[in-house]
Each structure stands twice: as structure tokens, then as C-alpha cells.
Ligand binder design. Sequence first.
Ligand code: HAM
Length: 444
Amino acid sequence: MLKKEVKKRKPFQLVKGMRDILPEEQRYWDFTRDLIDRVAKSYGFSRIDTPVLEFSDLFVRAVGTSTDIVEKEMYSFVDQGEDNLALRPEGTAAVGRAYIEHGMLNLPQPVKLYYFEPMFRRDRPQAGRYRQHYQFGFEVIGEPDAIIDAQLILIASKIYQAINLPVNIQINSIGCPSCRPDFENELKDYLKKQKSKLSEVSQARLLKNPMRVLDSKEKEDLPIIAEAPQQIDFLCEDCRNHFTQVLEYLDDLGVPYALNPTIVRGLDYYTKTTFEIWSGADEAGSPSSEAGRQSALGGGGRYDGLLELLGGNPTPASGFACGVERFIAQIKETDAKVPEKPKPEIFLGQLGPEARKKAIVLFEELQQAGIRVAENFAKSGLKPQLEMADKLGVKFTIILGQKEIIDDTVMIRDMENGIQEVVDFHKAVTEIKKRLEKSVVSDQ
Ligand code: HAM
């Protein structure tokens, strides 16, 4: 009889722009989370987690309608209850919403919050650019002073220092609603004259939001941007003083930075200080360096108008966020010491159904005693189990075979010299502990 041919199903694949974080990569993620927790706590930041889903309008209002994020990249949809929702594309608006909603205004100010969360942007996938990516972010809400901006920049630099990565801070001030319109008019006039040479995207932006042109990554726009009028020349006294103070603090702290008039950021909520963290020592990269723009490690700035825009009281604030995948890619290139996953110290082998029953109990006792123990209860032959023990590089293997079951004993095998000793089953944990302690002493 002919066998019925079963058609093999095509296996499912990842959604474009998404990635799995596989077990072998987890140690980099653990390291990064630990580092961020440690740094954040040492500067008095408390952790906040906001939901992945928010009302779309939150980001439309905060980030701005004529930004890439809102125009092209936001995953928004109407749910079964007719609510217009979005997968969070960035953290600042959500943190601002939480600050207002939970009355954090009544806490001692400023409120310092940090997060480590996935963000979603339907960006064009390429190296270092994903549709789900993680960010660690720091936000200080409730303080207008320039010292906050400088300290945030210092924190960002220190995080990269911890992985021995030289970074440079590209910094700018984009003024406030009272001094920006003059600059915008000047910029518009200049760009209009260059219109035919601008990319299609920038030509469209010119009409809706000329500042966005400065943020363009299109090659043909870069020389035009390099010659464009600069916001710094149009700052009001308050903004100019604020910016000068930020730079003075940075000088005092010895944080290297480069003034870069094109750092206007891709989100509309910024006022005064804006900055990006680029990799490279000193002032590497010209202000319009394509590589730097395309793959900033992080970015941030002051957003004194955002809280009010979201329905809160006028509340000054400042912050930054960095891409975790980009951070981890850098760790792999530097000689930062990322701890390996702790290796098991012993292996527990078993032979036969009775031995298995006892082994599963002994395994728990060993774990409770704080011993890192590995097993492969799925294998019944001793040979493959010993091979696994060898591969894992454990110091000792405990073997429970048929004879040991009858005698109520276990066999302890020293994997280095092959010497085997029989010990009482009930003393197995203390005996193995003794041997492990001895071997640690002799290793030193
Ligand atoms: P952002 O510059 O849009 O700022 O994003 C921050 C960082 O997230 C970027 O510098 C980059 O490292 C990383 N990132 C952004 N998009 C992607 C992507 N598609 N794939 C991989 N990594 C990406 C913000 O989101 C602001 N909320 C930062 C901020 C905090 N400003 C004030 N407080």
C-alpha cells in the first residue's frame, strides 16, 4: 500500500524586525540590567514600569504629528472596545502620563525615574534597528535647573565608561517657544531657497515642520543642513544662560562634548538642551557625520512643555534613553567583563528506575544546600550522563546505580583523577560539600 504523503508545513518565522534573545545572549542582558539598576540607584532614581499599550493620542500629542515615529512608525490599532491604542514607541510620554496620573507632583521634587523596557517602531529593519527594541531611560521631572541636564549627561557617559566604550556627547539647545519661532522663520527662508536640492521627505517637512529637516538622514540633505542657520544664534537670554550653564557643568565634570547644531532630535517635545550619545573618542564625527546620526547610542534632552501638553501642571523635566541592543553590540566589541553564567559544580547521574526516584529527591537536597548541580534524568545509560558531566567540566559526579540503591549509598567520582568513593546516601550532601570546599582551597 502506498504511504499517504504528508506535506510538511512551512515553519513559522519571526515577524520582520523582531528578534529572539536566545539563552547564550542572556548574560549580556543580565549584565546590562544589573548595571543600569546599580547606576540608577546610586543617583537616587526609582524604577518605573509602564504598560506596553497606551492611548495612541498620548504619543501623537507628545511626540508630534509630523515626526517619523507618529507618521510612519507607530503600531496603532483600534481594539475590540473601539479604543485607539498604540504599542509604546518611546518611554518619556508614558512616564509623563504616569507622573500626572499618580499625583507625583505631591512627592518631593524632582522625581527621578528610570525604566528598562521594550519599545515598538515600525522602522526600516537594518543592523542596530529593530521594530521591537529595548531602551533604558532616565527621567528627572520637576526641576528646571541646568545642573540636572549636566548630571543626566554625566550618568549616560558613565554607563558607557563602565563597558570601556569611549563616547562623545553631541549637544545643542533648541530654545523655547518664545525664541524658537524666530529661528524657525529664518530656517524656513533658507530651506525654501534650497528646496529643489532637498530630498522628497524634507521638501514635505519644510511645509509642516522645518526643524525636522535638520534631523534628516538623507544624503542629499546633509550639505544643506551643514550650512543652515543655527538655533544657538537665536536663543533668548534665558535659554542662552541655561545652555551656557549646562556646558560649564560639563566642563567642570570633565565630560567631553561637541556642539552640534543639527541635534534637534526626532521628537517634538524638546526644549532647550538636546543631546545624543555617539560612539567614539573626543569629538569624533563631524556634526553631520552620517554614521553617528544613523546609529546614535542614545539621546535625550529637556522637555519643559511636555507635562502641561499632557494635561498636567507646567512642570520642567529632562531625560535621556539609550538603545539596549546597541549597547550590547558595543559590549561585544569592547573588553568589558561580562560574567559568564555560573557553571554547575557537580553532576548527579543515575542508573535504573529506583535510582532515578532517589536521584530526583537528592537533587533537591543538593540544591537546597546551595550546590550548583546538573543532571540529565531523561537519559538512562550511565555513559552519556558521564559524557555530559565531562562536557560541563564539573568537579565531581555523584552516581546512584543499582548497587548503591541496595546498599543505601552513593558513589562520588572525582572527575579530575577518576577516583571513586562510596559514601552513605544520607551523608552525600555533607560529603560533597566537604570535597567542594577542599577543591576550592586547592584551586587558590
Ligand atoms: P530616541 O532617540 O528616539 O529617544 O531613542 C533612544 C534610543 O533608542 C536611540 O538613541 C537608539 O539607541 C534606540 N533606538 C531607537 N529606535 C531604535 C530601533 N528601531 N532599533 C534599535 N534601537 C533604537 C527617545 O525615545 C526619547 N524618549 C529619549 C528621551 C528620554 N528623551 C528624554 N527622555
